[in-house]
Design a protein around this ligand. Sequence first.
Ligand code: TMP
Ligand code: ASP
Length: 236
Amino acid sequence: MERKEQLYEGKAKKVFATDNPDYCIVSYKDDATAFNGKKKGTIVGKGVVNNRMSNYMFKMLEENGINTHFVEEINERDAIVKKVDIVPLEVIVRNRAAGSFSKKYGVPEGSDLASPILEFDYKCDPLDDPLVNNYHILALGLATQEEIDKISEMTLKINQLMIEFFKQCNVELVDFKLEFGRFHGEIVLADEISPDTCRFWDLDTHEKLDKDRFRRDMGGVEEAYAEMMKRIGLAE
Ligand code: TMP
Ligand code: ASP
C-alpha cells in the first residue's frame, strides 16, 4: 500500500492517506517535544523504536481481545492503521505516583497508590490539555456515556495486560497515556504505546527507561529507548 497525500503532521508522527479510504499510514518521527511543545529536540532512532514497539503492543493487545487501529507494519518507521476519528481525550492510567500527579497532589514521585487512577484530559493544545471528569466530557460533547464506559473498561483491561507484559521484561509500568478512535461506530485503541507515552522504570533499580530522561535533561535518552527494545525482545 502506497503513501498518498499527507493528511496531518503532529508532534511525533505524520499521517498519510492511502488508496483505501478506510486506511492511512502513520510515519513516526525522531522529533521530540515536551511541555506542550515548549521544549523541542530530537531523539535519534525514536521513530523506529516507537513504531516497532507500538505495533508489537497493539498485536499483543489484539490477541487478548482488545480492538486496535493497527493493521500492518510496512517498514521500520511506518505502519498501516485504520482511519479513525480520534476521541479528543488523553486517557491516562497511573499505577504509581509520578509526573504531573505528584506535582499537582503533592505526593512524592514513586509513592504507592492505594488503587490505580484513571484520568481523562481534554486533548486540546491551546488549552494545555485540561483535566476533565465524566460531566465535563458529556457537557462538552467530547464523547457519549456509552463511549466513556467502553473506553474506561478497555483501558483498565489494557492496564492489566500491560502491567503483566512489562513485568516479564523486568519493567514496572508506572503510568501511561492512551488515545481511542471511532471506526465505523466502534471504539478502537489508536495512537501509540511507546516510551514517549508511558513511564517505564526498571523493576529493581527504578532507573527511568522513557521520555522523562528527555523531559528532565537526564541524558541517556537514546540508550533508554534502545534498552526498552531489548527488554521486549525486539533488539539484540
Ligand atoms: P503526566 O504525569 O505528565 O501527566 O504524564 C502521565 C503519562 O502520560 C506519562 O506516562 C506520559 C504520558 N503523556 C503523554 O503521552 N503525552 C503528554 O502530552 C503528557 C503530558 C503525558
Ligand atoms: N508530547 C507532549 C508535548 O510536547 C508532552 C510530553 O510528552 O511530555 O506536548
